[in-house]
Design a protein. Sequence first.
Length: 64
Amino acid sequence: MSGQVQAGLKARTCYGHLGGKLGQLLFERMIELEWFTLEEGKATVYQITEKGYQEFKKLGVPIE
């Protein structure tokens, strides 16, 4: 996106979850940053890493 807002970038919420293209892009980036990893033996189940816990803590996001 190179510093510009991408046209048509949409987000939506559902039961307190962020979805849409924005949610997808954020989650993909958090995977790249190793905040989440795939759960062993599962193709679509992710778990937060220790690094993820620490980074969310820095952002003031409570993870329970």
